[in-house]
Design a protein around this ligand. Structure first.
Ligand code: NAD
Ligand code: MG
Ligand code: MG
Ligand code: MG
Ligand code: MG
Length: 333
């Protein structure tokens, strides 16, 4: 059974007595920095020269310095720059400013799990990873709620690493919803697998294949869009609220029967064989190495894939239809 921690299990004063540097001010960075500040924590934001986020962070009342200065001032350093840039930012700006007893924090375990960053023995290495997009992390905090987090300690130099991670999680509202204890290995491998096989990759491919099948058979793209993409949110909302059971309770018996007999013809044993291969490539580091090569090689294939899908009939059809549904247009989750 997973170990769960709530507000009463976390001592906010631990993080309030430290100096925190949040490196990066993107999706997660802005949420962590603002909510920690509102929780009475001494926060500074570390950004590179010429960062577009600098003005925004300052406008929101935060002090912005370079990543190196922030790391030197602080004794808890949360690394929230894009994963493929973390090793470089670590080498140039963070490592030279780490002292024994400092804590190095992450929002995702990739760079530690695959050894792209190797912190010295005297520092705590921990993770607080919200299980939701950054803008929701901030909005839930402001509304007195929280996004559940998972927390892990990879290296416990001080012996207080987990209490510090829980305290940090409380500062961003995580313990209001619940924090689950994990390891860097479990978080990294499940996160990569989930986004590739189910949440992003699996769902996108399923939607596209269904849409193409209908359109190629002569049905109107607008009808296919509503059926295969728009309605997916309504179905997933029901799953989120009450599992498969609530979704099946709400749909017609005809839809429920089709669910049972057709689902396994679409996601087959062969799909699971491929899922196990995908998982193996995540576990043995192949995926991470290839992604770093792609990123540092100029993102050529990445940009090709992006462009292909931007021009897909599913996307161009959806763009037009969504204009007619102003309430659907919402850029922050
Ligand atoms: P992002 O791309 O939204 O933001 C990155 C930020 O880093 C930007 O503010 C950018 O200006 C800054 N930056 C870039 N280069 C820099 C440098 N050299 N020095 C200092 N700052 C620099 O990133 P994100 O999506 O918030 O991801 C940050 C981390 O959080 C990653 O480890 C990611 O896996 C993890 N994470 C993200 C989400 C999410 O909701 N996006 C969810 C869970 C975990
Ligand atoms: Mg994830
Ligand atoms: Mg991820
Ligand atoms: Mg229908
Ligand atoms: Mg039903």
């Amino acid at each position: 059974m997973a170990e769960l921690f709530y507000d009463d299990d976390a001592d906010l004063s631990i993080i309030q007595n430290r100096k925190v540097a949040v490196i990066g001010y993107g999706s997660q960075g802005h949420a962590h920095a603002l909510s920690l500040r509102d929780s009475g924590v001494d926060v500074r934001v570390g950004l590179h020269e010429g960062s577009k986020s600098k003005a925004k962070a300052e406008e929101q009342g935060l002090r912005v310095v370079s990543a190196a200065e922030a790391s030197a001032e602080a004794d808890v350093i949360m690394v929230l720059v894009p994963d493929p840039l973390q090793a470089q930012v670590y080498e140039e700006s963070i490592a030279p400013n780490l002292k024994d007893g400092d804590a190095l924090f992450f929002g995702h375990g990739l760079n530690i799990r695959y050894g792209f960053i190797k912190p010295p023995a005297g520092v705590d290495v921990a993770m607080v990873a919200p299980k939701g997009p950054g803008h929701l992390v901030r909005r839930q905090y402001e509304e007195g709620r929280g996004v559940p987090c998972i927390a892990a300690v990879e290296q416990d130099a001080t012996g207080n690493g987990f209490a510090l991670a829980l305290s940090y999680a409380k500062g961003i509202g995580g313990t209001r919803a619940g924090v689950i204890k994990t390891t860097f290995t479990e978080e990294t491998e499940t996160d990569l697998f989930g986004e590739q096989a189910v949440l992003c990759g699996g769902a996108s491919a399923l939607v596209k294949a269904g849409f193409e099948t209908l359109v190629e058979a002569g049905y109107q793209p607008e009808i296919a869009y509503f059926e295969c993409l728009h309605e997916l949110k309504l179905i997933v909302d029901l799953m989120y609220e009450g599992g498969l059971e609530k979704m099946r309770w709400s749909v017609s018996e005809t839809a429920e029967w089709g669910d049972y007999i057709t689902g396994p013809r679409i996601i087959t044993d062969q799909t699971k064989v491929e899922m196990r291969k995908v998982l193996a490539e995540i576990q043995d580091g192949t995926f991470a190495r290839n992604w770093m090569d792609e990123y540092h090689g100029g993102l050529k294939k990445y940009n090709e894939y992006k462009k292909q899908d931007e021009n897909h009939l599913l996307e161009t059809t959806g763009k037009e239809l969504r204009k007619l549904m102003s309430w659907v247009d919402n850029d922050d989750a």
